[in-house]
Design a protein around this ligand. Structure first.
Ligand SMILES: N[C@@H](CCC[C@H](N)C(=O)O)C(=O)O
Length: 275
């Protein structure tokens, strides 16, 4: 049996496995089966901790419930850093992902601040299908139009809307995620600007669907709002699961501050899930 931990950041929930001491037989199909909320444990992302090398404390591999691999997961970054910090006593932890190195720092009050790296604003970096201004994408569905895009190590498009509660996000999300503009699909954020220091955000996540919170989506929302002149470089982002504080530093790096939680721990029989 393999031990696992069920964690979440603002209700964005993860099954976390530890493959640092011994490799685990994880395939995309097996990760998807475990992430299934009816036939598996259920989670928004399936996270495997792998050995950290060359200065990193841990490597974090991220999979969505459809089995696809992601370059960033802000909420899981805080959770994984908190586990390593509890083991080592460190207050600063370097989490490596396939998209880069993310330093995470313990703050008072059970909060963790992750440096999510630089927001990437070029069309090839998002990536988009062809050359265009990432501040205004020629994309619309019904009442939503003209999103801005950036990459936080994973692709994001942010729509700015007047009334978040009036949107049929579960209907809009799938077709926007799969639009031909996004060769690697995209996470789709819908933002209502409450004031220049406060955003409301709901994210349709690539490979996962509607989630209670998306850390990288919150970073993208603040960056895109600031680029549009709708906010300053720091704002509270209120998601259905709670609040994150996001700051876009002058050097381009995006800092995300929020909580972490463990819901429960257990063991699972990996071989019981089809590979
Ligand atoms: N929940 C995450 C983002 C997870 C990955 C995303 N679905 C993708 O495929 O890029 C977060 O907190 O950032």
């Amino acid at each position: 049996m393999t031990p696992f931990r069920k964690m979440h950041g603002l209700g964005n929930d993860f099954v976390v496995l530890d493959a640092r001491r011994a490799e685990l037989p994880i395939t995309p199909a097996r990760a998807a089966a475990i992430a299934d909320r009816r036939r598996g444990i259920g989670c928004d992302q399936f996270i495997v901790m792998e050995p950290g090398r060359d200065g990193a404390d841990v490597f974090m591999r991220i999979r969505n419930p459809d089995g696809s691999e992601a370059g960033a997961c802000g909420n899981a970054t805080r959770c994984i850093a908190s586990l390593v910090a509890a083991e080592t006593g460190k207050d600063r932890v370097l989490v490596r992902t396939i998209a880069g190195d993310l330093p995470v720092e313990r703050l008072p009050g059970g909060l963790w601040r992750a440096d999510m790296g630089p927001a990437r604003l070029g069309w090839q970096e998002v990536p988009l299908a062809q050359k265009m201004d990432t501040l205004h994408l020629p994309l619309s569905r019904g009442v939503v139009a003209d999103p801005a895009a950036c990459s936080m190590g994973n692709p994001h498009a942010t729509f700015f809307v007047r009334d978040l509660d009036a949107l049929p996000i579960a209907e809009l999300g799938p077709s926007l995620e799969h639009d031909a503009l996004f060769p690697e699909r995209a996470n789709i954020g819908f933002v209502q600007v409450l004031d220049p220091g406060h955003l409301r955000l709901i994210v349709w996540e690539r490979g996962a669907g509607l989630t209670l919170a998306c850390g990288s989506g919150a970073c993208a929302a603040l960056v895109n709002a600031a680029r549009r002149g709708l906010t300053g470089r720091r704002a509270t982002v209120s998601l259905p699961g709670g609040d994150l504080v996001i700051e876009w530093r002058e050097d381009g790096h995006v800092l995300m501050t929020g909580p972490v939680a463990t819901a429960f721990t257990g063991t699972l029989d990996l071989e019981a899930y089809a590979a």
